[in-house]
Every structure is written in C-alpha cells, then in structure tokens.
Design a binder for this molecule. Structure first.
Ligand SMILES: *Cc1c(COP(=O)(O)O)cnc(C)c1O
Length: 359
C-alpha cells in the first residue's frame, strides 16, 4: 500500500493536494504590500464566517496559544472553566499555570454543559471570565453555545471565551449575534490545513479589559494584534505558507457555499451515525448533543480498538483515533470534518466493515 495514510482522526485532518499546491507559492515579506494584500483578501471572508465586524487575527501558534492568551489578557478576578473532557479540563490547569484564580465547573466526560449551572456560579459574583469549549473533541459532545452565551451575557462584567476549534465552519457560529468575547479556532481541524495557525476574534469589551491588564505578555497580547491588524499585519512573522493555504481554503469554502458546507458535514456525519447503529455500537455523547464534525463511539461491544486501528492503517492506509486520554480503548473516534466527501466517508466505512470482520 502507499506511504500516504489518509487521516480520519479528529485533527490534524487530511490536507488536499490543492491546499499543498497553494502553500507552495513563493515566499513574501511579512511587512510587504504583498502580505497586506494577502491579509486583506482573507480578512473580510474570515469576518463573514465568524459573523463579526470585529477584527479577525492570525496567530502563528496552535489553538492553545490563544487559549492561554485569552486567560492572560482577560482574567482579573477568577475564571470559571467549563470542564467535560480532555481539552476543557486542561484549561483550568493552564489558567492556574498563568497564576490566575481558576475554578472548574466539572462534568463527567460525555456530559453536556448545563447553562443553569453556569448561571448559578456566576450569580456568586466571583468570576469575570468563562472558558467554554463548543465541541469537546475528546468526547464528541457539542455543547449548547447559544444557551451558554445567553446566560453569560446576563452578567455585564463576565467575558465569554469560546473554543470552536473543531466546530468552526462545520455549524453556523455568529460571534456578534451571540455576544461572544473571544472566539478561537485552529487550522488543522475543519479548515483542513496543516497545524500551526490559530484564528481568533475579540469583542470591544474584551479589548477594554485587555488594555488595562498588566502582565499580559507580548506574543498573545490582544492589543498588539489589533494595532497590527489595522495595518493588515501581524505582530511577528506569521506562518505565511499556511496563510496561503487558508486563502485557498476560503476560496474552496465560498465556492461550495457556507450553507452547503454545513449541510455536507451534517450528511457525512449522518453516514457515520448510520454505520454506528447498523453495527451495534453506541454513541459516547447523548442524543441532541452529538458533534457534527466527528463521532465518538462507545466501545460497548468490547472490541480490540488498537487492533482495529492497526488493520485500518496497515491494510487500508487509513488512520482512525483509538480514544483520547482516559477513554482510550473504551471509545474510538472517526472524523468527518474538512474536505471529506460521500466517497471518502463511504470508503472509510467500507474499510471499517472489512477491518471489523478481521478482528
Ligand atoms: C484540537 C483541539 C484543541 C487543541 O488545539 P492545538 O492546536 O493542539 O492547540 C483545543 N480545543 C479543541 C476543542 C480541539 O479539538
């Protein structure tokens, strides 16, 4: 079989030949007019995808850079971290390592966040920031973003930081309408780009908080990002090749049509869900809260997940994920985000049929 292992793990996801080709364009100076043209070309399209008139920033880091940055820019009193999986749990630890007061609103992995619990916590008046992960990639749970935003918006001095790393461009997310204060995503998930670029936006209230914040550092300073974006630039030398890739993917996204893209993700996710049911597996996430970008299967049949992954890789050149952290082996995950098609997801499911039969 070929050396190319096609990725169906929930990030990084498969990158198309067209994207690689776009990334191979000649290098330009990051203080040149060419870069200004590049940023100006993508910026309005990023604003449109985020549903915002606020500036959209390009951070040469993985998503965690901006997740930590949001803590450093915004937390004065105490941050409430909504925790229900590997990524959301880690945010409490990151906040503590930044020297901030942080409290976990802890759920069992696989349980969706309940906005009423956030309301009760914020009513104490102790908190000034909430961290929230829209799509908890480790468990395949999609949390109720609009309901959570509505609760946080009842509290004028509380800012909502939302990670949409594995849901952005999969389902509609309206930054301005929902009243989100920081929205961030990463290149290697649904954008189907190589890793290394985080994309984020910041509300006026969050800029105000940041401007008065001491010790917010340099690399992820929101005010520094805003100053540079006004000139269509970034604070330091960005990963220009990945930004070429982003420009290409924006062409692809708007050519397909954003609504069609959402519908395609839903359709492909449904295909995976049908396969799960047809094969007697269960979902780790409860009905009504299942991600549209990936599926986390509960290994209720007690199969050898590592072996399944090995057969998929060795005989079909496909990579699936054998479960994250403490639910490794008791769950496994299949991604349908990015540039996937009915054909590629069909191939994935056929290969799974074959591999299951060989266990
Ligand atoms: C992948 C992922 C991250 C981490 O992204 P990095 O790019 O590794 O920093 C954070 N949050 C969610 C929900 C993710 O899926």
């Amino acid at each position: 079989m070929s050396d190319h292992i096609r990725l169906h793990i929930p990030g990084p996801v498969e990158v198309s030949p067209g994207t690689y080709e776009a990334m191979a364009a000649p290098m330009i100076g990051h203080r040149s007019k060419d870069f200004v043209r590049l940023y100006d070309d993508i910026h309005p399209r990023l604003q449109s995808l985020m549903g915002t008139t606020q500036p959209v920033f390009l951070s040469t880091s993985s998503a965690w850079g901006v997740m930590e940055g949001a803590i450093r820019n915004l937390v004065n009193k105490k941050v409430l971290c909504c925790c229900s999986g590997a990524f959301s749990d880690k945010w409490v630890d990151v906040a503590a390592r930044c020297g901030k007061n942080a409290e976990a609103l802890q759920y069992e992995w696989g349980t969706p966040i309940d906005p009423a619990d956030i309301d009760a916590k914020l009513a104490t008046g102790e908190f000034d920031v909430v961290t929230f992960i829209h799509n908890e990639t480790s468990t395949g749970v999609m949390n109720p973003l609009a309901e959570v935003a509505a609760v946080v918006n009842k509290y004028d001095d509380v800012l909502l930081v939302t990670d949409t790393v594995s849901s952005f461009t999969v389902v509609p997310i309206e930054f301005d309408k929902l009243g989100i204060d920081v929205l961030l995503t990463g290149s290697q998930k649904a954008f189907a780009l190589p890793p290394g670029l985080a994309i984020f936006s910041v509300s006026e209230a969050a800029f105000e908080r940041a401007a008065a914040m001491e010790d917010r550092g340099y690399y992820f300073d929101f005010i520094e990002f805003r100053k540079n974006q006004e000139k269509s630039m970034t604070p330091s030398t960005p990963c220009i090749a990945t930004i070429y890739g982003l420009r290409h993917q924006l062409d692809v996204i708007f050519e397909e049509g954003v609504e069609n893209r959402f519908a395609r993700h839903e359709k492909l996710n449904d295909m995976v869900h049908d396969w799960v049911r047809a094969n007697g597996f269960e979902f780790f996430a409860p009905e009504g809260f299942r991600s549209k970008s990936l599926t986390c299967l509960a290994n209720n049949k007690g199969i050898d997940v590592a072996k399944l992954g090995q057969i998929m890789r060795e005989e079909h050149s496909l990579a699936i994920d054998g479960g994250y952290g403490k639910i490794k082996g008791t769950t496994f995950r299949l991604s349908n985000m990015g540039d996937e098609t009915e054909e590629t997801i069909g191939n994935l499911l056929t290969a799974l049929d074959d591999s299951l039969a060989k266990l």
